[in-house]
Design a protein around this ligand. Sequence first.
Ligand SMILES: [Zn+2]
Ligand SMILES: [Zn+2]
Length: 256
Amino acid sequence: MATSDELLGTFVPVVVYWLYSGFYVLLDSTSVFDDYRLHPKKDEDVKNLASKATVVKGVLVQQVLQIAVSLLLFSVAGSSSSSTETTTETSLLTLARQFLVAMIVLDTWQYFLHRYMHINKFLYRHLHSKHHRLVVPYAYGALYNHPLEGLLMDTIGGALSFLLSGMSPRASIFFFSFATIKTVDDHCGLWLPGNILHFLFDNNSAYHDVHHQLYGNKYNFSQPFFVAWDKILGTHMPYSLEKRKEGGLEARPIKD
Ligand SMILES: [Zn+2]
Ligand SMILES: [Zn+2]
């Protein structure tokens, strides 16, 4: 059986996903932030190949499936890690190290799988193209994926980062919530001044927006944290943020 921390690690990120997306829906409902949009609002309906209702349904299906698989994995693995957790206090330094390792593991897993899903025509057509139906990304579309892709990328990637980092189930509640916030933010479609995630990570909403465009489809595969793999393997597309004539911003690739 899963422990209460394992249960929280499974359910809290789902709640965080909808809360954080909901925050962006609220921002989106006003025109106050139009100057910071990466695409004109109307383009969501013009350019995207999936309706909002389809996206919500798709994300929910995927989350239900991921919850089921996570609980199954926990029940198979048993509560092996829960016995040590109560006796040892994890120091902040250890926690930071575990988070860093988990971030690197998740990034590495997702980079190569993501890139392969673009190279392999069968996988792109049948799995990953679903995520790319959103040419104009928005927050709650972040996990709009084929369920099998969600399982491979997020569930297995998450399990690997959890196991290899050695973090406790309690720490994983925070790590997976953070990873969820990061992924939602990368799809928010806004470049808001003062967004701390944009300061901390070169991989952010503008960077990932480039990947969602046709010209960026073979670049900027890195997700969700660092841009290292793109830089090392030559798939990094630099861009500049320019003002659009019709208002708002655009992440425009820099050509030399
Ligand atoms: Zn992609
Ligand atoms: Zn995306």
